[in-house]
Write a protein that binds this ligand. Structure first.
Ligand SMILES: [Zn+2]
Length: 118
């Protein structure tokens, strides 16, 4: 009875998402790597492509999403970091995903709680 509270509407955070979409995909992340190589397929001029693990990097940061210092690393401004990429750093992938998606990526970490015997 005494618990009746007026409905409170929190301010909506819509303004925050707009700038993140400008570049680097939905998360605003680019590929960074310790080394680069010339692309081996296609016609010249061949692009530089990341060699080895592809980490995720947000412009303005000095570290990758997984916490590596990026000093001396190559930023691939044309490449948006993609979690689907085979060589994407696992830690960066996890750090770049919202919590809901992380759970989806690691189905073996915890058994699904939805199991119910009818
Ligand atoms: Zn990483």
């Amino acid at each position: 009875m005494a618990n009746a509270e007026p409905a409170r509407i929190p301010p909506s955070p819509t303004a925050r998402t707009a700038s993140a979409r400008l570049a680097g995909g939905a998360a605003g992340l680019f590929v960074v790597a310790t080394h680069k190589v010339r692309e081996r397929t296609g016609t010249p001029p061949l692009r530089w492509v990341p060699y080895g693990t592809e980490h995720a990097w947000r412009p303005g940061s000095r570290r990758t999403l997984c916490g590596e210092w990026t000093a001396g690393w190559t930023v691939f401004w044309e490449l948006a970091f993609s979690p689907q990429h085979a060589r994407a750093c696992r830690a960066c992938v996890e750090a770049s995903l919202p919590a809901e998606s992380r759970r989806r990526l690691a189905p073996q970490a915890a058994p699904a709680p939805e199991r119910r015997s009818a």
